[in-house]
Ligand binder design. Structure first.
Ligand code: NAP
Length: 316
């Protein structure tokens, strides 16, 4: 018997909180088929991650599931339609990671403009002594920066960029009451910007929103930063644009088929690649784990969920 089924990886901190509050099983620790056959009907609560979601074949074997808590703000891997159809609300972990992901975006922005990875390699390899300095980098100050996805994290990115005295503009489906100019055309915004920062969610509505036309509009000096979802960028078009010099630099934390990064992308000199570390600090993962568990505890105690996803509103 086990009331909580854990599909994602958990930190030690999460494990100790879970052990204090739930009778729980980590699916990776047991023989999946045999366990689901014997105990699947006992499961009331599911803990997962936004990429992994709850695979349909597993969800089908949890007939008494009541809630899905997804550890992460993006939940494009969770089939909210399937959950809603079964009356199962989904919750996620917004806000607690805004500052960390914004720091990651800022880190990639500065690294791209100031050619940081190549400069470090030039010093560490001894090439500086042999061959001298690299060509001059570009300043990160006073740039025009377009944000695709000016939501919770996008606004934190804009705030963290402020000391660089940028001109911030944004694109989204709707104009907001913010002090930044709005574009209703992503290509037009990219044409006007030095850098485009993507922090939009994944899913069908944003699939390949950053296509060849957007990359060509950014141009040979342009910088593309993606801390949103890999699926928002047409990765094949990106590789071609970088290889052909139609786009200047890409700094990417997210990829189409994670953890796979195409060899052609890894081989390019004008990319900075990080392995989806947007929120990956002890402090922020601690806060995310707490929120994911607090949602489950609230549900277990018959209290309102703290952070349900909008798609579940009709169930609550
Ligand atoms: P949020 O507050 O919901 O903001 C999302 C923004 O995207 C909104 O401004 C929304 O504006 C825009 N948007 C949504 N759908 C769109 C569409 N079809 N076309 C254009 N714009 C669209 O979400 P958040 O908390 O800031 O998180 C954003 C995303 O960041 C997450 O979904 C996740 O994918 C990603 N993320 C990545 C990491 C990482 O480790 N790299 C960590 C955390 C989050 P409109 O509604 O006006 O269109």
């Amino acid at each position: 018997m086990s009331e909580l089924l854990i599909l994602s990886t958990i930190t030690d901190h999460m494990r100790s909180r879970i052990e204090a509050a739930f009778d729980a099983t980590v699916l990776a620790d047991v023989d999946q088929d045999a366990w689901l056959a014997q105990y699947g009907a006992d499961v009331r609560f599911i803990l997962t991650g936004g990429h992994l979601g709850v695979p349909a074949d597993i969800f089908a074997r949890l007939p008494n599931a009541e809630i899905i808590s997804s550890n992460g703000v993006g939940y494009d891997g969770v089939d909210t339609d399937a959950a809603t159809a079964r009356g199962v609300p989904v919750c996620h972990t917004p806000n607690v990671l805004n500052q960390e992901v914004a720091t990651t975006a800022l880190m990639l922005y500065i690294a791209a403009l100031r050619n940081f990875e190549a400069e470090i390699a030039n010093a560490r390899s001894g090439n500086w002594e042999k061959s001298g300095n690299l060509p001059l980098a570009r300043s990160a100050d006073q740039r025009k920066i377009g944000i695709l996805g000016l939501g919770r994290i996008g606004k934190a990115i804009a705030a963290k960029l402020a000391p660089f005295d940028p001109t911030i503009v944004y694109y989204g489906r709707s104009q907001q009451d913010v002090p930044f100019p709005y574009y209703d055309d992503l290509v037009a915004m990219a044409r006007d910007c030095d850098a485009l920062i993507c922090v939009a969610p994944g899913g069908a509505a944003t699939h390949h929103l950053i296509d060849r036309a957007v990359m060509d509009a950014l141009g040979p000096e342009g910088v593309l930063i993606n801390v949103g979802r890999g699926s928002v960028v047409d990765e094949a078009a990106l590789i071609a644009a970088l290889q052909e010099g139609r786009l200047g630099t890409a700094a990417l934390d997210v990829f189409d088929a994670e953890p796979h990064i195409p060899a052609a992308l890894r081989a390019l000199p004008n990319v900075i690649l990080t392995p989806h570390i947007g929120s990956a600090t002890v402090e922020t993962r601690h806060a995310m784990g707490d929120l994911a568990i607090d949602n489950l505890i609230a549900w277990k105690n018959g209290q309102p969920l703290i952070s349900p996803v909008p798609e579940s509103a009709g169930l609550l």
